[in-house]
Design a protein around this ligand. Structure first.
Ligand code: BTN
Length: 253
């Protein structure tokens, strides 16, 4: 990766024309002792994975990559990494005129209510220590939505759709790795508070009416805040509810 301004993110860089999933490849490399910051990129993924066990459509033209991190933290704090990556992604994308992206809790990149990309973090570890944490980021960059299967087109957008042209994915990746390294170090040195504060500045759902599918059932309410642990606080008819995992649908989008 020429022009890289990072100290460790992307220094060990592995590019593949095709992979099943960059997250799986990164986990495998991590198991074999890959150094922190190892970055796996695939031109396309045949088995790209999304959150909540879903598949992730990953054709050529997108940016699909995963980074191996080894934060000296207990596994209970691993969910915070999603916020680290989300803030990094928003900041990197902000360099592109017109691509003012917001965050849909916890980890969707959205533009005018449409999804531009997402994050999938996976962790292994013991009780007291994370062994490795893989941060996978997928962004619809130089993609035409009419090439997507019809059932995957709704509520989705791409950088090409937004700007009307193509951007350099290697340049975007460099920006993303620089921002990821920056926010990762903020997280390690200063804790979750500044990361969460930055995340909140880009919260696209604040005060919006949401329908949230949680493992315990559906909730409807207004997003009032995100608490110190990163849980979504939803003001429902039955009072304020705390959501730890769930699928958000913004009313009116
Ligand atoms: C989501 O919004 O559900 C998360 C999508 C994450 C997709 C990325 S693409 C690179 C990495 N490899 C995968 O298999 N998934 C993530």
């Amino acid at each position: 990766q020429p022009g890289l301004v990072t100290v460790f993110c992307g220094r060990n860089y592995l590019y593949h024309p095709t992979l099943s999933s960059t997250n799986d490849q990164a986990k495998e490399s991590a198991r074999r002792g890959a150094p922190e910051g190892t970055t796996i990129v695939a031109e396309e993924q045949s088995g790209g994975r999304g959150r909540l066990g879903r598949s992730w459509h990953s054709p050529r033209g997108g940016l699909w990559f995963s980074v191996v991190l080894r934060p000296p933290l207990p596994p209970a704090r691993a969910p915070e990494a999603v916020f680290v990556a989300a803030v990094a992604g928003v900041e990197a994308l902000a360099a592109y005129p017109g691509v003012q992206v917001g965050l849909k809790w916890p980890n969707d990149f959205v533009w005018r209510g449409r999804k531009l990309g997402g994050i999938l973090t996976e962790v292994t570890g013991e009780l007291d220590q994370i062994n490795h944490l893989v941060v996978g980021i997928g962004l619809n960059v130089n993609l035409d939505l009419q090439d997507f299967p019809p059932e995957l087109r709704t509520g989705v957008t791409s950088v090409r759709e937004i700007t009307g042209g193509d951007v350099s994915r290697s340049e975007l990746l460099r920006q993303l790795l620089a921002a990821l390294e920056h926010w990762y170090l903020v997280w390690l040195k200063q804790g979750f508070t500044p990361v969460l504060a930055a995340w909140k500045r880009h919260n696209a759902c604040l005060d919006r009416l949401l329908r949230v599918l949680t493992p315990e059932g559906e909730l409807v309410g207004r997003a009032v805040d995100v608490d110190a642990d990163g849980a979504l606080l939803l003001a429902t008819a039955g009072g304020v509810r705390r959501v730890v995992t769930g699928e958000l649908q913004v009313e009116g989008d």
